[in-house]
Design a protein around this ligand. Structure first.
Ligand SMILES: *Cc1c(COP(=O)(O)O)cnc(C)c1O
Length: 425
């Protein structure tokens, strides 16, 4: 399947019905699966045979959808999770433990920043944040003996910085650890980080992959390229016997291609249980079937809105990597020649008050804590998600009080621009 075009994979990968079977992926809304003998089921518990016994660990609907996303990203294995937060936590915690260290881009989603900097710190995992624009020397200096992973976002939410994937992959690999990339904003239609050296790719499927604001979800994809055995001392969870599975060594039994996802499913999903419901996986798949049709339209609308905003006297600054004036234009062109996403951020003259009155006047764009949806939505962090911060604190965090994030949907771009023009009056 992975030799086919990205559109064909969006529509068809992951599920091939047999003669007389349902054309659409069936929703297997069952917690459990029936066996004739205990021996049959025992083989599944020993990871000696593949099959289903309990939906917390695996479900056929989820597996079809995960296989489609693995094909889209060019990976060897994938698993769905209940949310993007769960995907990033599992991807990191699958190879980190108390005493481990992570190198992460400082320009990442607030929820992920909190997960790593606060919650994982309570588990004894430490982090060094680096600017995505750091030099190779600065990046290399962030590594420690106990570093186990490098993390970044292809296009960061909400800062819209672009990750130099090759630079981060090179540093990770020279220190014997994998690069994990959250590819939520561009989706595999616009960027496939594995082709540039990323080892593990994650997504909040809640965003463009679902694309209709209907189902919260996440996914982890393994490139199958990282050689755990070559760095066996760093990753004992993959390279030494697992006592909870009769001494299985994941990297030996499932190889580079399957070890990461098998361990993540059989340990973390078993113990934390952040499974995506089969119903949500079905909804996610409906979104995936049109992802390659929707993404170019999101990009077209994002670029049109960014260009319009740039010309308005009331607008102080526009952030959009597709604009030639954007500091990330060249790097975005390298990794995303067809454009990145439909999210634009901009700063109004007049700060918080101007932003508030502007957003009130919008008729098509709704005020929402969401992005990457078919319907255009916007948010002023200073009056919503970051309202506990003073103007000075906001400025220091790179989120000026007048900053507005607008996620351009699939409406006609002329209407979006007219809506914005009216609200700017
Ligand atoms: C939204 C988001 C997340 C978190 O995903 P949820 O599905 O909301 O848990 C993680 N990373 C990025 C880049 C996001 O935009």
């Amino acid at each position: 399947m992975s030799q086919q075009g990205i559109g064909t994979r969006c529509v068809q990968a992951g599920y091939t019905p047999g003669n007389g079977e349902p054309r659409q992926i069936p929703i297997i809304q069952s917690t459990t699966f029936k066996y004739d003998t205990s021996e049959d089921m025992g083989k599944l518990f020993d990871l000696e045979a593949s099959g289903y016994f309990y939906t917390r660990l695996q479900n056929p609907t989820n597996d079809h959808v995960a296989a489609k996303i693995a094909a889209l990203e060019g990976g060897t294995a994938a698993m769905l999770t209940s949310s993007g937060q769960a995907a990033n936590f599992f991807a990191l915690f699958n190879i980190c433990e108390c005493g481990s260290h992570i190198v992460a881009s400082s320009s990442i989603y607030g929820g992920t920043f909190n997960l790593i900097a606060v919650t994982m710190a309570k588990m004894g995992v430490t982090v060094t944040f680096v600017s995505p624009d750091c030099t190779e020397d600065e990046l290399n200096a962030a590594f420690k003996d106990n570093t186990r992973a490098v993390f970044g976002e292809t296009i960061a939410n909400p800062a819209l910085t672009v990750l130099d994937i090759e630079k981060f992959a090179k540093a990770a690999h020279s220190h014997g650890v994998p690069l994990i990339v959250d590819n939520t904003f561009p989706t595999p239609v616009n960027c496939r980080p594995i082709e540039w050296g990323a080892d593990i790719v994650t997504h909040s499927t809640t965003k463009y992959m679902d694309g209709h604001g209907a189902a919260v979800g996440g996914v982890i994809v393994d490139s199958g390229k990282f050689d755990w055995m070559a760095h066996a001392d760093k990753f004992p969870g993959l390279t030494q016997p697992d006592d909870s599975y009769h001494g299985i060594v994941y990297a030996e039994k499932f190889g580079k291609e399957g070890a990461f996802i098998t361990k993540c499913t059989s340990q973390l999903m078993r113990d934390f249980g952040c499974i995506q419901s089969p119903q949500n996986a079905f909804i996610l798949n409906l979104g995936l079937e049109s992802l390659h049709v929707r993404m170019p339209k999101h990009v077209e609308n994002g670029l049109a809105v960014a260009k319009f905003l740039q010309e308005q006297p009331q607008v102080k600054k526009v952030n959009y990597p597709g604009l030639e004036s954007d500091p990330y234009y060249e790097i975005a062109k390298k990794y995303m020649p067809n454009g990145g996403c439909g999210v634009v951020s901009f700063e109004l003259e007049g700060g918080r008050a101007a932003a508030e009155s502007f957003m009130k006047k919008l008729k098509i764009a709704a005020i929402e804590t969401h992005v990457a949806d078919a319907r255009t939505c916007c948010l002023n962090p200073a009056t919503s998600t970051h309202r506990q911060m003073t103007d000075e604190q906001l400025e220091a965090a790179g989120i000026p009080a007048g900053l507005i994030r607008i996620s351009c949907g699939l409406e006609d771009k002329e209407d979006l621009i007219a809506d914005i023009a009216n609200a700017l009056k």
